[in-house]
Design a protein around this ligand. Structure first.
Ligand code: GRF
Length: 222
């Protein structure tokens, strides 16, 4: 697959250094069949769906699971005709019970792997062990810096000059699994939480599709 992030197309305000810039194409192979988990707005889910629609990546979203009824991700799936299901965490006694249900739904949907695209719940070994190396996450920091909540706020507080985002495999250690792809985003003098978050999100939308294909390379070789 050719690199689909062309730095020359970027305006100065959305400059970023992305590495790696290309990922396997899987041309002629069956599309990578994925599940997606999302809790909120769903812009990363949408970026993935758009990359698939525009044939930048050879994948298909078999199922979106949301945990917040009526969230943006759900509406985006409805608009695009992508199958979605609600797993409301409030209906479960424990994180483990919730994750057991997630495993069931994704197994039934016969996915090869799962993308956590803004899933705002901590996942347990129940899910991680059922899909070893097949669960990926997008995090708004240059890991291993600023794991956990509010990566952007942590970066601003630390005064770093480069912030960014990371697509990584999920392990039981929070935000510490093997890194697939990262984008470094300059922190401007004028930045506040909102402006920096927006520029980082723009890069998330660029690296999530290629991160998925880099993970899929492992799955298909597996
Ligand atoms: C993203 O910023 C991602 O880094 C974090 O949650 C946010 C989800 O945003 N894990 P969206 O719902 O995809 O718009």
């Amino acid at each position: 697959m050719p690199a689909f992030t062309d730095p020359s197309q970027q305006s100065p305000s959305d400059q970023a250094l992305i590495h790696p810039t290309s990922a396997p194409a899987f041309d002629g192979a069956l599309p990578i069949r994925v599940g997606v988990m999302a809790s909120g707005n769903g812009s990363n889910f949408e970026a993935l769906a758009t990359a698939i629609r525009d044939r930048r990546i050879n994948a298909e979203i078999a199922l979106l699971v949301v945990n917040n009824p009526g969230c943006g991700a759900q509406h985006r799936a409805e608009r695009r005709g992508i199958p979605w299901q609600l797993i409301n965490h409030r209906d479960y006694d424990s994180r483990t019970a919730l994750d057991r249900d997630l495993v069931d739904r994704f197994r039934t949907a016969e996915v090869e792997g799962i993308v956590m695209a803004g899933w705002m719940r901590i996942v347990t070994g129940e899910l991680i062990k059922a899909f070893p190396d097949r669960l990926i996450n997008i995090h708004p920091s240059l890991l291993p810096s600023f794991r956990g909540l509010d990566g952007v706020g942590q970066a601003l507080k630390a005064g770093v000059r480069l912030a960014g985002c990371t697509v990584h495999l999920v392990t039981e250690d929070l935000d510490a699994g093997p890194i697939l792809v990262q984008a470094a985003v300059p922190v401007l003098e004028t930045d506040d939480h909102d402006s920096l978050s927006k520029r980082i999100q723009l890069q998330e939308h660029r690296i999530l599709p290629s991160g998925l294909m880099l993970a899929a390379q492992r799955w298909r070789q597996g």
